[in-house]
Design a protein around this ligand. Sequence first.
Ligand code: FCB
Length: 443
Amino acid sequence: MTEKSPLVFPRGFVWGAATAAYQVEGAAKADGRGESIWDRFSHTEGKTLNGDTGDIACDHYHRFADDVALMKDMGLDAYRFSISWPRIIPNGRGAINWLGLDYYDRLVDALLSVGIQPYATLYHWDLPQSLQHIGGWTNRDVTGYFADYAAVMAKRLGDRVKNWMTINEPWVVAVLGNLTGEHAPGLRDKSTAIKVGHHLLVGHAKAMEAIKSCTPDAKVGITLSLSPVEAETEHEDDQRIAEHRYQLSAGLFLNPLFTGAYPTECYKEFGDAISVIQPGDMALIAKRMDFLGVQYYFRVVTGRRGDVNKVNGSKYTEMGWEVCPSALERLLVRMNDDFDLPPIFITENGAAFDDKVSDDGFVHDPERIEYFQEHLHAVFRAMKQHVHVKGYFAWSFLDNFEWQHGYSKRFGLVHVDYSTQKRIMKDSGKWYSRVARRGELEF
Ligand code: FCB
């Protein structure tokens, strides 16, 4: 890369890193935690690589104080973590587990004591298993139980946690969990996926109301996984196919949240499942959020020949995901043109590479540094085009349990040796730390 002058981000831009409860906490049976659908799924033969589970993960539940000290060393402004619903309400509804609440209390206090702002996600995929027994997110009652849980959290932490994310990536929950079955609960049914998707949005809206009624000064948003879908060629058929796919994936959540209606393509695709929408739902879903969380990993390239698995000249990560930072810029600019958006946080962005601890005891991961550098550059270019981005959270703070891939994919700024739980800050962690401290991106 040629020498360029540093890019200076606005003062107050939030530099953070993210994790999720099931991926890092471990302590699956500690202090009265209930079972989640991810416990059940990962303990079912053949569902995760090598039968890996989140039973122990990074043992963040017991080691959070050391991890927070590392975050402080890195100079992070903010930590995005998720709260495990079955730690708080083991059966998803009813009795509260006070020991679970105490844990998040301790975590939040530890963060604030070193000047790191907590950003809490309420649902990062670990539905209490008891609620799956009554139909999971296909059961509309679950949206109410979710709002009750949100209220419990806001009452307990709302004096200190000012930024809340309701649902993480509803597309992934609906589609990977209920259509392709790669994720918990492992179902494969289109009408189930559609119901789940809609109820996640209703749940988001009810939870937002619940948080705001307990703590009016709270800022609340949702986080969406957004892959721009780009056509393989300029040919109008390829363009049409790509646009259709974009509407059925990104539009499926962006449109209801920002226009109060699903894209017309979706109404055609939904068939009978559309009856899940009840009067008043769309207005509720479209209630103004304080921010939108954008999570970007890769784009989709498609056309008449189907999806392009390998784009000539592109690099790919260990996940098999194309590295395409310019697509993030295009996505942000397009969204900003299409909708009247609230401020955006990039709540996840990152890459898995095959990291190794080298003989010198360090982890040299130049590809990840380049990945972050190029994606932050793309965010910066979008900001120059009037997209209001308030912060960026690297995925992930720690290497962790990457869902169906178990521990085989490493996304962390910090390396974890799962046999000893030793943490080593990777070169990318040191690099990100300099960026976060200075608020500048160097080349
Ligand atoms: C996102 C998830 C996150 C992590 C990254 C790689 O879809 O939100 O938990 O698995 O992908």
